[in-house]
Design a protein around this ligand. Structure first.
Ligand code: HEM
Length: 195
């Protein structure tokens, strides 16, 4: 039940999928909200700290998820699925993994380059060290501005890929009426018995 089989996901993969999905939505909503707040807003500092703490947690969860996936290959896609759809699914999943690594890393690098020197306090438990910022990004103020642009652009790209991913899952469920979506919800036998 914990591990994936050739036809279905195990509990660990399912739990990681929905936890990470919920965190992505929260990170994007909070990220956009907090960066629009006035500098004088009393909640701004705390929201930034929470965004950074949850973002670093998400990075850790994505690494765990990737390791789990290497140890537990994902179940097969239905044999009836056209090759282009299989290729599209693999490409979308790869893009999601890459973005979920690049997003938190660009945020972490951005705060590391910042000339304000604001510490990152992980849920107020300890201070997270700053990353070394690559020299080709220029002097700190320039690097910070570039990384802010990158972080924002990646967020928009992530929104596009997530929307595609959700649209494909809904098409499988309501149009193709296969088990692709339900097997990410439960480990039980497929609703249509074609797993
Ligand atoms: C998957 C993880 C993450 C997602 C989806 C995410 C998403 C976002 C989004 C949508 C924004 C608003 C961009 C804008 O409209 O300007 C934002 C801003 C920000 N993020 Fe993240 N973020 C993630 C991880 C991180 C991490 C790990 C850090 C730092 C350790 C971080 C630091 C920041 C900061 C400082 C801002 C504000 C930039 C500014 O307004 O100056 N983020 N993030």
């Amino acid at each position: 039940m914990l591990r994936n089989t050739t036809s279905g996901y195990g509990l660990v993969a399912i739990a990681l999928h929905w936890l990470i999905a919920a965190m992505i939505v929260a990170m994007i909503v909070v990220g956009m909200y907090m960066s629009g707040l006035e500098l004088t807003d009393p909640n701004k500092f705390q929201l930034y700290q929470l965004h950074k703490s949850f973002g670093l947690t998400l990075l850790g969860l994505v690494v765990v998820r990737l390791l789990w996936r290497f140890a537990n290959p994902a179940p097969r896609l239905p044999a009836t699925l056209p090759d282009w759809q299989k290729a599209g699914a693999h490409l979308t999943h790869l893009a999601l993994y890459l973005l979920l690594i690049a997003m938190p890393l660009s945020g972490w690098l951005m705060v590391s380059a910042s000339t304000l020197g604001i510490p990152t306090l992980y849920f107020n438990l300890f201070q997270v060290p700053h990353l070394p910022v690559p020299g080709f990004l220029g002097e700190p103020a320039v690097a910070e501005a570039t990384l802010k642009e990158v972080h924002e652009a990646l967020a928009y790209l992530l929104i596009v890929v997530v929307v595609l991913h959700i649209a494909a899952a809904l098409k499988h469920h309501f149009v193709d009426r296969d088990d692709i979506l339900t097997r990410m919800v439960s480990t039980g036998p497929g609703r249509y018995g074609i797993r």
